[in-house]
Design a protein around this ligand. Sequence first.
Ligand SMILES: NC(=O)c1ccc[n+]([C@@H]2O[C@H](COP(=O)([O-])OP(=O)(O)OC[C@H]3O[C@@H](n4cnc5c(N)ncnc54)[C@H](O)[C@@H]3O)[C@@H](O)[C@H]2O)c1
Length: 269
Amino acid sequence: MGWALILGASSGFGEAAARAFARAGYDIVGVHLDRRAAAEHVAALVADLEAQGRRVAFFNGNAADDEQREAVLDRVATLVDPSAGGRVDLLLHSLAFGTLTRFVPDPDEAPVGGRAAAGVSRKQLEMTLDVMANSLVYWTQGLVRRGLMGPGGRIWAMTSAGSHRVMPHYGPVSAAKAALESHCRQLAVELAPRSITVNAVMAGVTDTPALRKIPGHDRLIAKAVEANPHGRLTTPEDVAACLVELARPGTAWLTGNVLRVDGGEDVAG
Ligand SMILES: NC(=O)c1ccc[n+]([C@@H]2O[C@H](COP(=O)([O-])OP(=O)(O)OC[C@H]3O[C@@H](n4cnc5c(N)ncnc54)[C@H](O)[C@@H]3O)[C@@H](O)[C@H]2O)c1
């Protein structure tokens, strides 16, 4: 087993994937962006992964920052040592960092600080697309350029039903998800000659810190439980278990897809 590189490894899907891949025998590189308050949680996670007998390296920084990304990848290259046959087998893009606001203010919205609400700004929209979509391209370039990922490599990016459905305040993230799915298709074709597969993974509504930041998340949760034919929300562990299966060599022909991992929620809803 080689290494799994997980962007967004300290929480939600990324954390569950780190735990599942460590159990499956992969060494783990995790990238996350957390304040000091989360340090204890991250230290406990790293200790759990190491207790599985795995090599583990976690980096707290902004995955969308060019310099920080290149520094992490250089460090990964020394850990993995591709010249000695070491490889990053898996890349999971699971970053939640976007602006959740309307494009155009609600006419009934109360003014903030005496000023009318403005709607999303250019900076907010571009930042959301950069972190939640475009960063996938740059991390993939960095891995391939360094010879860190080769034949048999698997790349997954977490998308949501928001890529094709309108949800209140979710416009910037919706746009990022649509772009992310497009990036996965493009990368799938460009990386096919290198025998690397790329798929977007569309999780169902899952109770994580990112979900709880969406205004009206209580309604989203209630609707998802009602729509889901399993009668419950998706869990990070549901998704992590599927990813472990998707890492197997027998899935080498599965690329360029948006894979629903939601218990049937999207087709039923
Ligand atoms: N929760 C859901 O219902 C749901 C459903 C479908 C898809 N998704 C997607 O799954 C992905 C992960 O979401 P989650 O629910 O697990 O969120 P989460 O809040 O539990 O975890 C987000 C992770 O991203 C990291 N992070 C955020 N910004 C970062 C940055 N700039 N640089 C480095 N790390 C950064 C955080 O530290 C954390 O580890 C997101 O893309 C989200 O849109 C979520």
